[in-house]
Design a protein around this ligand. Structure first.
Ligand SMILES: CC(C)(COP(=O)(O)OP(=O)(O)OC[C@H]1O[C@@H](n2cnc3c(N)ncnc32)[C@H](O)[C@@H]1OP(=O)(O)O)[C@@H](O)C(=O)NCCC(=O)NCCS
Length: 402
């Protein structure tokens, strides 16, 4: 057996990296020109066995909305090890090195299996909600829609209309990843052989009375007929609305399509306002899903770059098995300005970077972790204060699996 080496990928290795990852995930992927243009070799690590790449991970350069800000976040993806080389510590080497090297203060990912990433200090930080809506039972919107107009937009030229709306959503809700122009092109690709029997994607937009686009929905249909009549499927891929009128009108439109029996949507938030707009919320058929995982790679920088729901003045005693600079006591003061600095003062709370990752987007409560001893309160009242401060009024949601 050859010695295994870890190194950054070379610019010409996109195809090999892609084929390895697709093989590990068991999907059939031909490397694409768009994929090649988006490849970031210097942010891709590979493990080689002789001339062959046998393991890989990538950190994409993208931003992410967090409580009160939009910041750079290493978007980790493409983690794969050749089946012939599994369980020899290759992934562990790749992920540990990646986390020590990324310049961003946080790394985020979607996990193929929840059991994989906790050991590296990642924590599930956002729950998602998936819907399988029974359109015959859900009931029409019980809120009157306001004036405005829904129309279809051709895919050509759509990006310049949709991109500003996604950016506006980032200012309103944590967990949303930004998209470059190339990423948008990839997001809107619509290859006929990848539609799985569904129609071409339709892009719906809502315009307010002045003609300004303030929301969009991406959806496809699929014809389905049962013995009792039509039961077409509506597959909603994304719905972004930055005004209540657009939100109501777009949902009303997709919930009331003729011949439709079900609507599937995989990227709702746990506090999705849709539940207010239907007469029978149980017919939304909601299921909580795991969404974004967060790993804090630089504690003071990560804590300074987000905002807090209430002001606190706390000393956190943090441990991190992987990144030594994160272990120590940090003085966090929030208010008009946020400061997080090393200190020798006694700690109010002890926790690890894993718990900080879990509460980072404001979607999970710190108090949850005290119940299992993962957070320890040294100063009475500190846990309640910190829980309130890290919480955020709008739940995080990730709109795409990357
Ligand atoms: C998941 C995968 C990357 C693991 O690679 P690997 O090199 O075999 O992993 P390692 O040998 O470094 O394992 C490190 C630890 O993770 C554990 N682990 C590995 N894969 C796991 C899995 N799928 N679920 C739970 N734990 C897993 C190992 O048991 C090991 O635990 P230990 O430290 O307690 O011994 C690889 O099996 C793979 O490519 N799977 C298919 C693609 C995939 O799921 N990729 C992840 C995309 S998010």
């Amino acid at each position: 057996m050859n010695e295994l080496n870890v190194r950054a990928a070379a610019a010409g290795e996109y195809d090999e990296v892609r084929v390895l990852f697709a093989g590990a995930m068991m999907f059939d992927s031909s490397p694409t020109e768009l994929g090649r243009r988006m490849f970031e070799p210097e942010r891709t690590l590979v493990v080689t066995d002789g001339p062959d790449i046998v393991g890989t991970t990538q950190a994409l350069t993208r931003d992410l909305s967090i409580p009160g800000a939009v910041v750079p976040a290493a978007h980790v993806t493409g983690v794969g090890v050749k089946a012939t080389h599994r369980r020899r510590g290759i992934m562990a080497q790749l992920i540990s090195r990646q986390l020590r090297e990324v310049p961003e203060a946080i790394a985020v990912l979607w996990a193929s299996e929840s059991g994989i990433y906790g050991r590296f200090g990642y924590a599930a930080a956002a729950w998602g909600m998936s819907y399988e809506i029974d359109l015959h039972r859900v009931g029409p919107s019980n809120v009157k829609t306001r004036p405005g107009e829904i129309s279809e937009l051709p895919a050509d030229g759509a990006i310049k209309e949709l991109a500003p709306l996604l950016q506006a959503l980032q200012e309103r809700r944590p967990g949303v990843s930004g998209r470059s122009d190339l990423k948008w092109q990839q997001h809107l690709e619509d290859k006929p052989d990848e539609r799985g029997g569904k129609t071409a994607r339709q892009i719906l937009v809502h315009r307010d009375e002045s003609g300004t686009i303030d929301g969009y929905a991406l959806w496809r249909g699929k014809m389905h007929w049962t013995a009792t009549g039509p039961a077409n499927e509506v597959h909603l891929e994304e719905l972004v609305a930055i005004t209540p009128a657009a939100y109501q009108a777009l949902w009303q439109h997709v919930l009331t399509l003729d011949l439709a029996g079900t609507l599937e949507f995989g990227f709702a938030a746990v506090d999705e306002p849709l539940q207010q707009l239907v007469t029978t919320p149980t017919a939304l058929n909601r299921r909580v899903t795991e969404s974004l995982w967060v790993r804090v790679t630089d504690v003071p920088r990560a804590l300074e770059q987000r905002r807090y729901a209430v002001a606190v003045d706390l000393v956190l005693d943090v441990t991190d098995d992987l990144i030594p600079a994160n272990t120590g006591r940090f003085h966090l003061t929030t208010g008009e300005t946020v400061r997080c600095e090393p200190t020798d003062a006694p700690a109010d709370l002890s926790l690890s970077t894993t718990e900080l990752g879990a509460i980072y987007l404001g979607g999970r409560q710190l108090a949850e972790f005290a119940a299992t001893g993962r957070v320890i309160e040294h100063t009475p009242g500190a846990l309640t204060q910190a829980t309130a401060a890290f919480n955020w009024p709008v739940a995080p949601v990730s709109l795409e699996i990357f």
